[in-house]
Design a protein around this ligand. Structure first.
Ligand code: HEC
Ligand code: HEC
Ligand code: HEC
Ligand code: HEC
Ligand code: HEC
Length: 271
């Protein structure tokens, strides 16, 4: 009987199994892309143990995110501040801010007991997802792209879905979100505030050639002559993008000059 079927059929079950494997992964990916409720988390806004307001501390007092989230540029993880950070201003000493406020009772209590305040986590990637803050914020992606306008929130809420499809949307077209590094924690930044001359001069100071910057502006369009100095480059950019600096302009230059590559293969985020 053994010779009744040709030899290659021995491999058929294996082939079917492998194919099925691929199909299942495909279905899982498709399902997660299309059906994981992209927006269920959006709006999640737990009640925190202390009524800490980002609107007040960032929007009104002007504190920088890194004053409290001090590891966000160095580490994969963005820390939430310890009680000591609050005590820099709300401690018991004379002249401290609101030192007797009932709203700060838990902060004072934490300082006596040494127990950290139990802030409720708002954003949480599943354990099987690898995420790293520093690779994003040191490469021109602002907090606002992933967390929304925290500086206007009384209570932090989930502003973006942070689903796989959402991660990938940006990885495919990062130029839509890149900005100069000194603007990462400025959540009110708009590209049109940039001075075009200063932007291009800054890139040239870092070693970019005017001709190459011009090529990126042209984006494949033919030109008689590439710009050889700042004035010619700015004239070309004004011609291409209009009188004010645009996101497309900033993003495409930064992507090219910083050699930004946001990977899309599975092992980038599932290790
Ligand atoms: C004075 C300190 C302070 C400053 C400044 C500050 N934060 Fe926070 N942040 C906190 C504390 C405390 C929490 C935890 C309680 C909460 O969620 O409100 C927090 C929570 C967060 C969370 C939610 C964390 C989670 O659980 O998912 C995000 C996102 C965040 N901050 C972003 C920012 C951004 C962006 C800035 C700058 C625009 C900023 N923060 C500035 C103290 C600060
Ligand atoms: C750089 C100084 C500074 C730091 C650090 C700081 N705060 Fe404040 N905080 C203020 C100021 C200023 C006010 C506004 C006081 C006012 O309204 O006159 C304030 C107000 C508050 C209030 C409202 C108090 C009330 O009675 O209205 C709370 C609650 C509060 N902060 C919590 C915190 C917590 C929690 C932290 C640590 C995560 C923190 N603050 C860190 C300066 C600071
Ligand atoms: C590319 C998207 C992205 C950017 C940019 C980003 N975050 Fe996050 N952030 C996330 C994700 C995703 C999580 C959940 C991570 C996790 O669970 O490991 C998170 C979590 C946090 C947390 C909660 C950490 C914890 O464990 O409680 C804080 C605080 C935070 N981010 C602050 C910031 C600040 C401040 C900036 C800007 C300086 C920033 N993030 C920029 C995506 C981003
Ligand atoms: C708003 C844009 C944006 C979003 C949203 C975003 N990323 Fe990224 N990500 C980038 C960019 C840009 C890079 C490439 C940085 C570079 O070239 O060094 C990157 C790189 C990475 C890397 C590679 C880091 C390395 O070690 O090489 C990982 C991992 C990653 N992102 C995970 C995530 C995950 C997970 C999410 C969703 C929770 C996410 N990203 C959402 C823009 C984004
Ligand atoms: C840029 C980061 C990133 C890349 C690249 C990526 N994923 Fe994901 N993936 C995520 C995140 C984030 C989640 C969690 C989604 C959520 O919590 O809503 C996820 C979830 C999943 C899930 C679980 C779905 C569910 O609903 O539980 C599967 C399966 C998966 N990914 C497979 C893949 C495969 C296969 C690839 C390669 C084609 C891939 N992923 C590439 C970020 C990524």
């Amino acid at each position: 009987m053994g010779n009744f079927f040709p030899r290659w059929t021995n491999w058929v079950p294996l082939k079917i199994a492998v194919c099925l494997g691929f199909v299942l992964v495909g279905v899982a990916v498709g399902a997660s892309y299309y059906f994981t409720p992209k927006y269920t988390r959006v709006g999640y806004e737990p009640t925190q143990p202390v009524a800490f307001s980002h609107k007040q501390h960032v929007g009104e007092l002007g504190l920088d995110c890194r004053y409290c989230h001090s590891y966000v540029e160095q580490s994969s993880h963005s820390n939430v501040p310890t009680n000591q950070t609050c005590y820099n201003c709300h401690g018991p000493d004379k002249g401290q801010v609101k030192k007797d406020s009932p709203k700060l009772a838990k902060v004072r209590e934490a300082n006596i007991t040494g127990q950290p305040i139990e802030w409720v986590k708002v954003h949480k990637a599943p354990d099987y997802v690898y995420f790293n803050h520093s690779v994003h914020v040191n490469r021109g992606v602002s907090c606002v792209s992933c967390h929304g306008k925290i500086n206007e929130m009384e209570v932090v809420k989930h502003a973006e879905p942070q689903s796989m499809g959402w991660c990938l949307d940006c990885h495919r077209e990062p130029e839509k979100n890149l900005r100069p590094l000194d603007q990462i924690t400025n959540l009110n930044y708009k590209p049109e505030q940039l001075n075009r001359d200063a932007f291009y001069q800054g890139l040239a100071d870092k070693g970019a050639k005017f001709e190459d910057l011009g090529k990126t502006v042209l984006n494949g369009k033919p030109a008689e002559k590439l710009p050889a100095d700042l004035n010619a480059l700015v004239a070309l950019a004004t011609d291409t993008y209009g009188p004010t600096v645009t996101q497309q302009e900033v993003g495409s230059q930064l992507k090219h000059n910083w050699r930004i590559h946001a990977p899309e293969d599975c092992t980038t985020c599932h290790r």
